[in-house]
Design a protein around this ligand. Structure first.
Ligand SMILES: Cc1cc2nc3c(=O)[nH]c(=O)nc-3n(C[C@H](O)[C@H](O)[C@H](O)COP(=O)(O)O)c2cc1C
Length: 260
């Protein structure tokens, strides 16, 4: 019997604990794993040109289960993934997404500043990949849940929780050798209508998923260095006399950003 499933009966709402499964690694191994994973994630890119090759549903199931391991406010797991491979539904999604995107890009809904920010990406209102891809996964946030008697069951930190789940989903997709795009053809109400979701489920992100098209290109972007995204407030290094000293922001060699 899996020790993790050894739960003792308890009153509803009472805390119940199981032993944590955790293996401590030596620091060398930790660094090796951390670097290998970071290098792998550095290869992740948002893809906008997909091949039509099929992708087994089992792979998406794994990605959704991985996303579902995300921490969430009060463990409500306020997410719902709707996976679409039906060509008729994908066509409807493309048509509706392009209508919204046309209004945004060409109809004056996006500010000049926004369009300028997007210019280096070379994106526009046309989204042919929404029909090319084998799968579209729409992630909905559950604004609230429902009790068995139909009354509202509150969720907590919904956006934070769903954002973390989305990050894990993107990571899982990349790790398994597929590509996706974090796509938000806003306003996205049409997704709830097409996919017949209830009012309390709001579209959060749409993920086209598949293999990149042969020869696919991506924008030539630079990612921020460690120094640009991280600040450190560490304990002062001990002086030779054993007393704390040194400048609080001094950066010993081990802390120098190797990617700056
Ligand atoms: C919340 C969010 C919304 C996004 N929406 C769109 C979108 O609607 N269309 C699009 O082409 N890219 C979209 N992107 C993708 C970003 O443009 C992309 O992540 C960014 O340019 C960095 O590129 P990379 O993902 O290849 O590192 C979105 C990304 C995020 C996180």
């Amino acid at each position: 019997m899996d020790p993790r499933s050894r739960e003792t009966p308890h009153a509803p709402g009472a805390p119940s604990f199981i032993p944590l499964t955790f293996a401590r690694l030596d620091e060398e191994e930790m660094l090796r794993r951390a670097r290998a994973f970071r290098l792998e994630m550095e290869g992740r890119r948002s893809v906008r040109h997909f091949a039509s090759d099929p992708v087994p549903r089992a792979l998406l199931e794994e990605a959704i289960l991985t996303a579902s391991t995300a921490p969430s406010g009060a463990h409500r797991q306020p997410w719902r993934f709707v996976a679409v491979s039906d060509p008729a539904i994908k066509r409807r999604i493309r048509t509706a997404a392009e209508e919204e995107e046309h209004r945004s890009y060409e109809g004056g809904r996006m500010s000049a500043e926004w369009l300028e920010a997007l210019a280096p990406l070379g994106t526009g209102w046309e989204k042919p990949y929404l029909e090319t891809v084998p799968w579209i996964v729409v992630l909905f946030e559950e604004v609230h849940g429902r009790n068995p008697d139909g009354t509202v069951r509150k969720n907590y930190y919904v956006k934070e929780s769903v954002g973390i789940a989305a990050g894990l989903f993107v990571t899982a997709i990349h790790r398994m050798g597929l590509a996706t795009l974090t796509h938000t053809p806003s306003p996205m109400r049409f997704l709830g209508e097409i996919l017949e979701r209830p009012e309390h489920e709001r579209p959060f992100v749409l993920f086209p998923i598949g293999y990149p098209a042969p020869g696919a290109e991506v924008p030539n972007l630079r990612r921020k260095s460690l120094a640009e995204v991280a600040l450190w407030r560490e304990a002062p290094a001990p002086t030779s006399a054993g007393a704390p000293g040194g400048a609080p922001d001094a950066a010993p060699e081990s802390r120098v950003d190797p990617h700056a």
